[in-house]
Design a protein. Structure first.
Length: 183
């Protein structure tokens, strides 16, 4: 198997595990930050690889699309970590005018922009869950109460993986009763 095929398979397995562990449902949003440089064993931002970015995008998107879950692709810091998403998922969020490139936005976001049916860029989103592949700092795009997930898959290529789901805030106090399904 070639490296892009291995990466695509790992990314798909990672997305399947995230969907199950985070108990994701249709029309929820998963934000993914991905460093193709880190996957290839290099320092983040130093060896952008369109082939790796494409492989990760295809692997994750296939899994999420099959479950009716939206993918939000985080750009790199050169685009202030803007988000590339399908227009249908952007809702009434203000869009911004930018087209990511491998060295200004990142290879993963570039693949998303060219792979989505009707892509738009937004400055921020509040996603229901997320994958951080290569220490890309997705926390700013998660809903307020993020819960770390320990997944079986800990790396894609050479890049470490962190995952999170979100949950509603607990309010009340000692007399409050909570919906166990939302924990």
């Amino acid at each position: 198997m070639s490296i892009p095929e291995d990466i695509k398979r790992q990314a798909a397995e990672l997305a399947r595990e995230l969907c199950a562990e985070a108990r994701l449902t249709r029309e929820q949003i998963v934000v993914v930050g991905c460093s193709s440089s880190e996957i290839g064993g290099h320092r983040v931002g130093s060896h952008s690889s369109p082939e790796i970015g494409q492989a990760v995008f295809e692997g994750i998107r296939e899994v999420l699309d099959a479950q009716g879950i939206y993918l939000a692709a985080q750009c790199c810091e050169h685009l202030n970590r803007a988000i590339i998403i399908e227009r249908a998922a952007a809702g009434n969020r203000d869009t911004v005018n930018v087209v990511p490139q491998p060295k200004a936005g990142g290879s993963f976001a570039t693949a998303a922009y060219h792979g989505f049916t009707d892509p738009v860029a937004v400055e921020e989103i509040r996603a229901d869950a997320g994958l951080d592949i290569g220490n890309t700092l997705i926390g700013m795009h998660l809903k307020k109460v993020a819960v770390p997930l320990r997944l079986k898959i800990t790396h894609v290529g050479e890049a470490p993986v962190n995952a999170a789901r979100t949950r509603p805030k607990f309010i009340g106090g000692i007399r409050a009763v909570y919906d166990e399904r939302l924990l």
